[in-house]
Design a protein around this ligand. Structure first.
Ligand code: PMP
Length: 363
């Protein structure tokens, strides 16, 4: 669609290089493409969530200060409510962060972020949409942080924010603790965001870094543990940072049903959500064994998905699976070492079995 001239003159030039995020449309009996949780919540939990979500008064705005939900998050994370900023998914928290921190360093014409490659695309998209530069440092051959490369990028780009997803999307790897510490030390005058979207599937978390380093904040979300429909994510960080970010947050960002259901889930459904995450972690290992037995290479994962090496080009395997009703995620468009990789979300047992049966025929 051609952009009218007057509009082209008004748009940020960076938008020309961006694409709207559009998940693959169509009907796929098995969808293992979006790192969501399969339906594991009990009927009782679903009914209780629906009751909890309903507003008392449909005509009123939500709580602008998100008091109860931030209290529930703080209790779950062992921090204080004023150390928590809640957003419409961690996506919104990322955009709030970048809006607040888009000031160019002295002598630079634009602010920068540094992150890894491959990683979650929203860091770069959100930064570019604000005219910020995004410097991506390739992960090493084992999909771990390249400390020397990141140190050089930090020195050269003088980023305002460094984003490290750990466990990382799409590779599933938890960053080595010593490497993450080394990156934080190198980026001591930037804000380092440790994105723990997948931490419920990992053997250890990194929240202690927030207390240890004043320049570290952690991102978390309810999206991967069965509550993606609510769009609730949050940042845990220094209260001075949270107070500044709160100036950028839209006052009524989180709808009443999301605030109420998320608060209920955090307070009352902890055990059930933990059991669901443990089931996914077990299924992940079973699926990994099955794929390995088929001769595919599977990177160790601490998330709710697997990073799978294919013999045939990943794009072809993706298409063949889709034609058989199984949707996964391919990154072959990026080329290089991603041309033979698929990201496969762990599903229900029968979905994983179906994936194994179909991929055996086409990978
Ligand atoms: N961070 C990472 C690393 C992710 O993979 C995702 C989801 N794909 C998000 C954040 C965004 O999650 P949310 O649904 O909370 O916006």
């Amino acid at each position: 669609m051609p952009t009218p001239d007057f509009l082209s003159a008004l748009l940020r030039p960076e938008l020309a290089e961006l694409h709207a995020y559009t998940p693959v449309a169509g009907h796929f009996p098995v969808r293992l493409d979006a790192n969501e949780s399969p339906p594991l919540l009990s009927a009782e939990a679903r009914a209780a969530l629906a009751r909890a979500a309903a507003p008392e008064d449909w005509g009123r705005y939500p709580d602008a200060r998100v008091v109860e939900l931030r209290e529930a998050i703080a209790a779950r994370c062992g921090v204080e409510p004023d150390e928590v900023l809640a957003g419409v998914g961690s996506d919104e928290v990322i955009s709030i962060l970048l809006t607040a921190l888009s000031r160019p360093r002295p002598g630079a014409d634009a602010a920068s972020i540094v992150t890894t490659s491959p990683t979650f695309v929203m860091y770069k998209l959100s930064a570019r949409a604000r005219g910020m530069r995004a410097v991506e440092v390739p992960l090493d051959a084992g999909w771990d942080l390249d400390v020397a490369g990141l140190a050089r990028a930090v020195e050269f780009a003088r980023p305002s924010v460094v984003f490290i997803a750990s466990p990382n999307n799409p590779t599933g790897a938890l960053a080595s603790a010593d490497r993450l510490e080394a990156v934080i030390a190198k980026a001591s005058d930037a804000l380092v965001i440790v994105d723990e979207a997948y931490i419920d599937f990992a053997p250890r978390d990194q929240l202690a870094l927030v207390r240890k380093h004043p320049n570290v904040a952690v991102l978390r979300t309810l999206s991967k543990i069965g509550l993606a429909s609510l769009r609730v994510g949050w940042l845990v960080g220094d209260r001075a940072l949270v107070a500044e970010l709160d100036k950028v947050r839209q006052p009524y960002n989180l709808p009443v049903p999301s605030q109420r259901a998320a608060t209920f889930a955090l307070r009352e459904l902890g055990g059930e959500l933990r059991r669901a995450a443990a089931f996914i972690a077990e299924e992940r290992e079973r699926l990994a064994r099955g794929l390995t037995e088929l001769g595919l290479s599977v990177a160790p994962s601490h998330a709710n998905f697997l990073w799978v090496g294919t013999r045939r080009p990943a794009g072809e395997v993706f298409e063949a699976l889709a034609a058989r009703g199984v949707l996964v995620r391919s990154f072959h468009g990026a080329g290089g070492r991603l041309a033979h990789r698929l990201r496969i979300t762990v599903g229900l047992r029968e979905e994983n079995d179906r994936l194994l049966a179909e991929i055996a025929a086409c990978a």
